[in-house]
Design a protein around this ligand. Structure first.
Ligand code: ADP
Ligand code: MG
Length: 368
C-alpha cells in the first residue's frame, strides 16, 4: 500500500485549474521530487497533501485512510515552505521542542526527542543559539528538525533550498537525502531545478500546467523522455523540425528545412508526417571526417563556451539552423575555434522522434 496516494485530484482557484486529475502514489520511505516550472501547481499539490487546501474533486489517502477532511496536524506530514519560518524570539531548542510541547508530551519525552532530533541534524551544540546567529543552512536544518520532532514521517519540502547559495544547496541536498533515508522518512520535494531533482530523487514526477507529464526514476526520465517538454526541461536538446520522407527496415529518413536529410532508427511514423527530432547536445560530435553509420552534416562554429568540465559549441548548419554540441574537455585536446568548418555527426539511434506539437514547437518549449 502506498503511503500517500492521490486519485483524480483536481483543484481550482476561480477559473484557474491549478491541478487537473492528478494520480500519484508515493511509497513509504521514498524520496520523490515534483519537478516543474513556476505556476505548474507544485505548491498547490503539497498544500493539498499537507491538508492546508481541500481538493475540489478526487481523493487523497495517507496510510490507506482517506484524509480529504482530516486536519493538517493529524496527517503525519509537515509542510516546509519556501522561506522556512523559525520563531525569531526562540532559540534552537525552543523552536525544535515547540511541536512536542504543544502536543503536551511529558517533559522527559520532550527532552529526549528534541535532543535526538538535534543530533540528527548535527546541531546539538547550537541548541542555545537564536535563528539570527545561525547561517542559512543551519536555519534550514533547525526548521527540518522542528518538523521531524513534531512526529511527522512525511516531509513536504517546497523548494527547500531556494533561498540558499549554490554551494550550500548542493551540500544540503545530499545531507537531506541521507537524513530521510537513515530515519526512514518519506519526502515529497518540490523544485523547478532539474539538476536538483536528478541528483536526489528515487523518482521524479514532471508536473506541467496542472498535469503530470511523466513519472519515473531520474535515469528513466533522462534517457526515455516521453515528450518534447520533458526532454527540453530535463537536460535540454536540439530540435529538428521535418517531414518523414521514407521508412524502411533500418529506420526512417526525415527531410529538414533546406532539403537536408537525416536518418533516425525510429520507424513508428508514416511518410508525410510532420515531426520533431530531438538530439541531446552530448550526442552530437564534431570532427573533420565523416563517421560511418552516422548522420553527417556540415556546419560552421559560431560560438565556443566553456561550461565547467566541458565545451559547448554553437554551430550553424547549411540550412541556417543552429545546433549545440557538448563535449567533455580532455587534457590533450585543443578546443575548436569560432569560424572553423566542421562535420557534425550523430547516431540515428540517439534521435528521438516526436509528433509535431499542435501549437507549434516554440510554444511547446517556451511553456517552461
Ligand atoms: N490561492 C490562490 N488563488 C488563486 N490562484 C492561485 C492560488 N494559489 C495558486 N494559484 C494559481 O494556481 C497555479 C499553480 O500555482 P502554484 O501551485 O503556486 O504553482 P508552483 O508552486 O508550481 O509555482 C498558478 O496559476 C497560480 O497562479
Ligand atoms: Mg511554488
Amino acid at each position: 500500500m502506498p503511503l500517500v496516494e492521490l486519485v483524480n485530484v483536481t483543484k481550482r482557484f476561480g477559473k484557474i485549474t491549478a491541478l487537473n486529475r492528478i494520480n500519484l502514489s508515493v511509497e513509504d520511505g521514498e524520496y520523490l521530487c515534483i519537478l516543474g516550472p513556476t505556476g505548474a501547481g507544485k505548491t498547490t499539490l503539497l498544500r493539498l497533501i499537507a491538508g492546508l487546501l481541500e481538493p475540489d474533486e478526487g481523493e487523497i489517502y495517507i496510510d490507506g485512510r482517506k484524509v480529504n477532511k482530516v486536519p493538517p496536524e493529524e496527517r503525519n506530514a509537515v509542510y516546509m515552505f519556501q522561506n522556512y519560518a523559525l520563531f525569531p524570539h526562540m532559540n534552537v531548542w525552543g523552536n525544535v521542542s515547540f511541536g512536542p510541547i504543544i502536543k503536551e508530551w511529558d517533559q522527559k519525552r520532550i527532552n529526549d526527542v528534541t535532543s535526538e532530533v538535534l543530533e540528527m541534524v548535527r546541531l546539538g551544540e547550537r541548541k542555545n543559539a537564536y535563528p539570527h546567529e545561525l547561517s542559512g543552512g543551519m536555519q534550514q536544518r533547525v526548521a527540518l528538525a522542528r518538523g521531524i520532532a513534531s512526529g511527522a514521517r512525511i516531509l513536504l519540502l517546497d523548494e527547500p533550498f531556494g533561498a540558499l547559495d549554490a554551494r550550500l544547496r548542493v551540500n544540503l541536498r545530499t545531507q537531506l537525502k541521507s537524513l530521510v533515508k537513515d530515519q526512514r522518512l518519506t519526502a515529497i520535494h518540490v523544485t523547478h531545478d532539474q539538476e536538483e531533482a536528478l541528483m536526489v530523487s528515487d523518482r521524479i514526477a514532471i508536473l506541467r500546467g496542472g498535469r503530470i507529464e511523466q513519472v519515473g526514476s531520474p535515469q528513466e526520465i533522462y534517457t526515455n523522455p516521453k515528450s518534447i517538454f520533458t526532454i527540453s526541461f530535463v537536460g535540454g536538446a536540439n530540435f529538428f523540425e521535418g517531414v518523414v520522407s521514407r521508412v524502411n527496415k533500418f529506420g526512417s529518413e526525415i527531410e529538414l528545412r533546406g532539403g537536408l536529410r537525416i536518418h533516425v532508427s525510429d520507424r513508428s511514423r508514416n511518410v508525410g508526417e510532420r515531426v520533431v527530432v530531438a538530439v541531446r547536445r552530448e550526442h552530437i560530435s564534431l570532427g573533420k571526417s565523416r563517421r560511418r553509420g552516422f548522420n553527417n552534416l556540415l556546419g560552421e562554429i559560431e560560438d565556443v563556451m566553456f561550461v565547467g568540465g566541458s565545451m559547448e559549441y554553437m554551430i550553424k548548419l547549411e540550412n541556417d539552423m543552429t545546433l549545440f554540441s557538448r563535449t567533455l574537455l580532455k587534457g590533450s585536446s585543443t578546443p575548436l575555434r569560432r569560424g572553423e568548418i566542421v562535420i557534425i555527426s550523430f547516431h540515428p539511434g540517439e534521435c528521438r522522434v516526436f509528433e509535431y506539437p499542435r501549437r507549434g514547437l516554440l510554444k511547446e518549449i517556451e511553456a517552461i
